[in-house]
Design a protein. Structure first.
Length: 118
């Protein structure tokens, strides 16, 4: 899984808090604390915005429960932060299927199909 959230640099602290707050929900996704800590390392926050563009990135090889966990984080960000957009690619390395998550208009649109997954 890999992707980005396009936002204002001022939104980074809000996004960090939303993403971190989801750690407490790990049991909903059948994740142990060690797995959550590992997946949290996938979030990358630049030190400064480049040419006025503030992006937050995520990238990691994941298991299904982790994908659902990160989708929940991204959905929470999309619902809480105004004027964010973004795109994430979730691909299955075994069979080549993939889906896209597009952040826009306060939500996340899903396109494509990974059978049995988000």
């Amino acid at each position: 899984m890999r992707g980005f959230i396009d936002c204002d640099e001022e939104d980074w602290s809000v996004i960090r808090r939303i993403v971190a707050d989801h750690s407490a929900r790990s049991a909903e996704f059948f994740l142990g604390a060690d797995q959550v800590d590992l997946y949290m390392e996938g979030w990358i926050y630049p030190e400064t915005a480049i040419n006025g563009a503030g992006h937050v990135f995520f990238g990691a090889a994941m298991r299904v429960q982790g994908v659902q966990f990160v989708f929940s984080q991204i959905s929470a960000v999309a619902n809480a932060v105004e004027e964010v957009s973004g795109l994430f690619l979730v691909s299955d390395d075994e069979d080549g299927d993939s889906i896209f998550w597009k952040i826009e208009s306060g939500g996340v649109a899903v396109s494509g199909d990974l059978p049995g997954r988000l």
